[in-house]
Design a protein around this ligand. Structure first.
Ligand code: G6P
Length: 625
């Protein structure tokens, strides 16, 4: 999704904005722009393509000197990626002052407002909803940019994270949010605002997370322009859109810049794949009590009675998190013995769902900002369900809106294709199922054995990763094939879906995942000589059935790539390539079987020459529905 960065302080703003935009590029990247305010007015630069194109343009043109500015990297929703549609958008007030604005979100009533503004004499240069908001602010401006923004936001339906500047107030930055994330970093003599902590952390770790419907006025400038406070003064003020003062809470960011650098890896996805053993250790840390043979989840303790009583679990998520949720469905039914269903949040929210008493809704999300997942959570909560979150980003909207939850603690995930967050989501859902199961039907002995097994999982993942180069060699054999199938049964069926998603999202190879038996009901018609078919064929209750499915594919010329259990020699008779994972109980297999499929997708994307971390048309965090 779009990313915002804005700064007001005592340093030259343009390099700061460009650096911030580069850190946010993973959110969306079809165009970018910035506006810098100085004594001569507002200077706007916009370009289509990556932030580096904007950087080159700004360096060539000069004139972007100043200590106040706003910037944006865009992922198109309204209007094609083009220079006129790139942010910042602006307008001119009745008195001839200029404003500029960057926006993340969607203005739903933009067409009504546009008609009104056209009648008032405004003209429009872009197809965007954002330009409507910028013109509305101009229309309502009466000498005070904060008041004009508040007034405009009162007229808006939809979501927004915005940053606004006006040339009449050259030391003032206004920002506001509803539904789109926005964080304010509080530096020395400066403020930096961004959609994501990644753009803030190199400046400060002190942050204020703006709440929905709040507007912040941030000023920094020479003392004589601002009043008291020393030669360079800063001022901060937060209100609601109705101008009611709010006292903001300053908190400490919980990760450092080093965590978000590449550390010698070629891509963030590769780094994040390799980080998984450590990420899992962090996720499990302090949560497995070997002495008492129980799982400790502090975030759930207040609701343990509701969880024991629960009659039904409803999991909702999108993308990779949805696949983790499907595994959660198996885990909750298998280990906690409670009915569970996982649904696409986007479908759940609109289908007038029946929520029975004693239902628990679980929203699963890496970012904690996915619009549909958030809306599904609200829907379930409004209908009486206990709302839980399984979220990575601390302080994100979903994390804050749930009754309780469990953070993944896998560290920031930068690569658009989710890897370590998926692992963390499955690990947390496993622990939740054991936590509930122990209080319902699971024997102490079974819980203890799972705890011991879980503790060994990071080491197992390290072993799987030793096959990184082997998987590359196997991928090379099939890299020219444009259609792949991924098949699995039981716990490994969602892993097959995830394997197919990983491959298609970064290598642009068409891939489908499905339950292995479903293949016979149509997709088998696709199989021709050499078509790669990936079977997740680990040993377990359905192993023999999977072998039969493998034979059906082989008989039609398909090229079998198997993910199998270490020591399984038999599988080599049926498969061209085998990736081995250590033997673990079926419920824990997905945490291992997904790893070779992530690696396979990674190699396929690299071999095909694609930008692994920034796949075309995709965004890391989808904050529009
Ligand atoms: C986007 C990302 C996926 C992610 C999905 C859900 O589509 O590209 O990698 O799985 O959103 O995101 P969330 O942050 O809610 O887990």
């Amino acid at each position: 999704m779009c990313g915002i960065v804005a700064y007001v302080g005592n340093r030259q703003v343009t390099p700061l904005l460009i650096e911030g935009l580069k850190r946010l590029e993973y959110r969306g990247y079809d165009s970018a722009g910035l506006a810098v305010v100085n004594d001569e007015g507002i200077h706007v630069g916009r370009s289509v393509g990556r932030v580096s194109v904007l950087e080159a343009m700004v360096n060539e043109n000069g004139g972007f000197n100043g200590t106040l500015g706003i910037a944006h990297t865009r992922w198109a929703t309204h209007g094609a990626p083009s220079e006129p549609n790139a942010h910042p958008h602006g307008g001119v007030t009745h008195e001839g002052h200029r404003i500029a604005l960057v926006h993340n979100g969607i203005i739903e009533n933009y067409s009504t407002l546009k008609k009104y503004l056209i009648k008032k004499g405004h003209t429009f240069e872009s197809d965007t909803d954002t330009e409507v908001l910028s013109k509305l602010i101009c229309e309502l401006y009466q000498g005070d940019i904060e008041k004009a923004v508040q007034a405009a936001l009162r007229e808006i339906d939809g979501t927004y994270g915005i940053a606004v500047v006006c040339d009449r107030e050259p030391h003032t930055l206004i920002c506001a949010r509803k539904g789109s994330p926005l964080i304010i970093g509080v530096g020395e003599n400066s403020y930096i605002v961004a959609s994501d902590a990644a753009a803030i952390i190199s400046h400060t770790s002190q942050v204020i997370t703006l709440e929905d419907h709040q507007v912040a006025k941030l000023c920094a400038g020479p003392e004589d322009k601002l009043g008291d406070g020393g030669p360079w003064a800063v001022q901060f003020k937060t209100t609601t859109v109705d101008n009611i003062p709010v006292t903001p809470e300053v908190t400490q960011l919980d990760f450092d810049l080093e965590q978000i650098e590449l550390h010698g890896f070629n891509h963030f996805m590769q780094k994040e794949i390799y980080e998984q053993p450590e990420a899992l250790r962090n996720c499990l840390r302090g949560r497995l009590d070997h002495r008492d043979g129980r799982v400790v989840l502090g975030g759930l303790s207040r609701y343990s009675r509701e969880l024991i009583r629960a009659k039904r679990f409803i999991l909702s998520a999108q993308g990779t998190a949805y696949h983790a949720g499907l595994i959660g469905e198996f885990l909750l039914e298998d280990l906690a013995k409670v009915p569970a269903r996982c649904e696409y949040a986007s479908e759940f929210r609109y289908r007038n769902p029946i929520i029975e008493p004693d239902s628990v809704a679980i929203a699963i999300s890496q970012s904690g900002e996915t619009a549909d997942t958030l809306a599904a959570l609200r829907e379930a909560r409004d209908r009486g369900a206990l709302a839980l979150g399984v979220v990575n980003v601390v302080g994100s909207t979903i994390a804050r809106e749930t009754d309780a939850g469990v953070h993944l603690h896998v560290g920031p995930e930068i690569g658009v294709a989710s890897t370590k967050a998926f692992l963390g989501q499955v690990a947390v859902l496993t622990m939740m199922s054991l936590y509930i199961g122990k209080r319902r039907f699971l024997s102490d002995e079974v819980v203890r054995s799972y705890i011991t097994e879980l503790d060994q999982m990071p080491g197992h993942i390290e072993r799987v990763l030793e096959q990184f180069d082997h998987i590359r060699a196997c991928t090379e054999h099939c890299i020219d094939r444009d259609n792949w199938l991924f098949l699995g049964r039981g716990y490994n069926y969602p892993v097959a879906l995830e394997g197919a998603l990983k491959l298609k999202e970064i290598s642009y190879i068409h891939a489908e995942g499905m339950p292995a038996a479903e293949m016979k009901h149509g997709p088998i018609a696709l199989i021709d000589q050499g078509m790669p078919v990936v079977f997740v064929a680990t040993q377990g209750s359905q192993y023999e059935k999977v072998i039969s499915n493998i034979e059906e594919v082989r008989a039609r010329g398909g090229r079998i790539i198997a993910v199998a259990t270490e020591g399984d020699e038999r599988i080599t008779q049926y498969s061209e390539d085998v990736f081995y994972v250590p033997a673990v109980p079926e419920a824990l297999q997905p945490m291992l079987t997904v790893i070779p499929l992530q690696v396979l997708a990674y190699h396929a994307a690299v071999l095909r020459g694609h930008d692994v971390d920034k796949p075309r048309n995709l965004a890391k965090s989808v904050t529009v529905e």
